[in-house]
Design a protein around this ligand. Structure first.
Ligand code: 9MC
Length: 240
């Protein structure tokens, strides 16, 4: 396929992020602390600071019945749904349509007092991966979002502080075939979701405020997003 300017970065980062996501919490070494739990959803963070700024890596694992990995990644990647589930979003623009699986976004997020408002420019890439651990299992789907430069939107010139993030959403579909060989329905599928993110807030913000925001917003985001996908897909045919 014709390579575009971001392809080498994207390919390298996707492979790295997928490898990291597939590692369980245990073998990521210690340091991960469980900070939120709700049914099948478990959220971990590591407390890390760079130049006094909180950049706590986050890893969430969730198992959701009735949806597939392709569906989760489709509703996460596609800009036309984002305002429906991303509650902290103030404005979103697609700066570039690089290909049908790679977009560049500019987003401004609602201001979180007393920190100044943030914006972010990132490429977003969706990819299906062969399930090399279970040959005849369904494919794995992933979306990786990673900050990138935009000459037309230089950092920190307007009112917003530019943040830097790397996000990886990795989805493994599980099919529990019905005994009597009946066709597979939504009752026979579930999706194991791994969501990893590292957000550098780009400029000073009180550690206590940021940690409180993340503690509140990340569980809310994953619950709201997965409920959205369930609701959007319930009367539609399964997307594998
Ligand atoms: O997974 S994505 O790529 C989905 C596309 O939107 C993603 C997720 C999260 C963010 C983000 C970036 C910065 C902040 C903070 C940092 C200092 C002040 C704003 C927050 C705060 C608003 C909180 C938040 C945390 C978790 C989820 C949603 N909202 C969120 C951006 C993109």
């Amino acid at each position: 396929a014709l390579q575009h300017r971001l392809w080498p970065d994207i390919d390298r980062l996707v492979k790295q992020q997928v490898a990291m996501s597939r590692m369980g919490i245990g073998d990521c070494g210690t340091g991960w602390q469980l900070f939120a739990e709700d049914g099948e959803m478990k959220m971990y963070r590591r407390e890390e600071e760079i130049d006094g700024m909180v950049v706590d890596p986050l890893k969430a694992v969730h198992i959701v019945k009735g949806i597939t990995g392709h569906e989760v990644c489709h509703y996460f990647f596609n800009p036309k749904y984002r305002y429906d589930w991303e509650t902290t979003l103030e404005h979103m623009t697609v700066l570039e349509n690089i290909s049908d699986d790679t977009l560049v976004f500019l987003q401004t997020h609602k201001r979180i007092w007393p920190a100044s408002q943030r914006d972010v420019v990132f490429w977003s890439h969706i990819r299906k991966l062969p399930n090399d651990q279970d040959r005849d299992g369904p494919d794995i789907w992933t979306v990786v979002n990673n900050s990138t430069e935009s000459p037309e939107h230089p950092a920190n010139v307007g009112k917003c502080v530019r943040i830097y993030l790397t996000v990886c959403l990795l989805c493994q579909t599980r099919v529990h075939p019905p005994k009597d060989g009946a066709p597979i329905t939504r009752d026979d599928v579930s999706c194991k979701i791994t969501y990893c993110s590292v957000v550098n807030p780009g400029g000073w913000a009180p550690a206590s405020v940021l940690r409180a925001v993340y503690k509140r917003e990340y569980p809310k985001f994953l619950k709201r997003f997965t409920a959205y996908v369930i609701n959007q897909t319930k009367n539609k045919p399964l997307m594998f």
